[in-house]
Design a protein around this ligand. Structure first.
Ligand SMILES: [Fe+2]
Ligand SMILES: [Fe+2]
Length: 257
């Protein structure tokens, strides 16, 4: 799907046009906004790992070509989410400091970990992202059916995440990463992402309550509604997450030199 990141800034966020919560409820809005905070640095990490891993393949192979397309898509996501996060900053959320912290942590990790460990972590990030994307996109999924600029951006991003998720797992197989390493880094990635998303979500809610944009009662009610009324979405997310423990399907090509 064609999507210009410029659309995010061409059309003001709904928060600027008196509809404060673009994803229907405060908690669902905070959830996706919190994910967005992780993306510019997280996608930079994944791009760099996929480039380094793909450099070990025959450059004419299908997986090397898929990897180049993957990198181009992630760069476009990264640009879009930088603009998205700038809009959050304009709304008063201190996103920049969060982004810098995540960037610093991932850079430190890249300087210390082996490429195999980095690829195992990147594939885990991609799996979690693709599972959430799939649940976000379904009918009555986690994304609103409205046509806000944020919803359109997320639909475009989630569709590409679901479609290109196989690239990092194909690279895991091509580089011969063992099961134990894939699972170890998957558990670490899941814990890291959950911690960061919940931390940012909490920060957004706390600021909005403090400045009277929403009441604590409304946030509690929206959280209860997410837990009770989105049971199917949460169950599908848990099932998709757990599917990573299954052995990978055999890769069609073994592209290492
Ligand atoms: Fe992405
Ligand atoms: Fe991705």
């Amino acid at each position: 799907m064609d999507f210009s990141p410029q659309q995010v800034i061409d059309k003001p966020c709904d928060a600027d046009t008196f509809k404060p919560f673009w994803n229907d409820t405060p908690i669902k809005t905070y959830l996706f906004d919190a994910f967005s905070v992780l993306l510019p640095a997280g996608e930079q990490f994944v791009i760099s790992v996929v480039e380094k891993s793909a450099a070990q393949l025959q450059q004419t192979s299908a997986l090397a070509e898929d990897s180049r397309r993957f990198v181009a898509e992630e760069r476009a996501h990264q640009r879009a989410h930088r603009l998205y996060n700038q809009q959050l900053e304009k709304q008063g959320f201190e996103v920049k400091q969060y982004e810098l912290g995540i960037e610093k942590d991932l850079q430190a990790l890249q300087s210390k970990w082996s490429l195999n460990a980095q690829l195992a972590l990147a594939a885990a990030f991609e799996h979690v992202t693709a599972v959430i994307s799939g649940v976000a996109l379904r009918k009555h999924g986690l994304l609103s059916a409205n046509a806000s600029s944020q919803t359109r951006l997320w639909r475009w991003h989630c569709q590409e995440e679901v479609a290109h998720q196989h690239v990092t797992t194909d690279l895991l197989q091509a580089l011969g990463i063992p099961y134990w390493q894939r699972i170890l880094y998957f558990l670490a990635a899941s814990a890291l992402m959950a911690f960061d998303v919940l931390r940012h979500l909490h920060g957004f809610a706390r600021l909005d309550i403090a400045r009277g944009r929403v009441s604590a009662k409304e946030v509690r009610r929206a959280t209860a509604s997410l837990l009770l009324r989105d049971g199917t979405n949460l169950m599908l997310m848990a099932r998709g997450w757990a599917a990573y423990f299954l052995p990978l399907k055999a890769n069609k090509t073994r592209d290492c030199q």
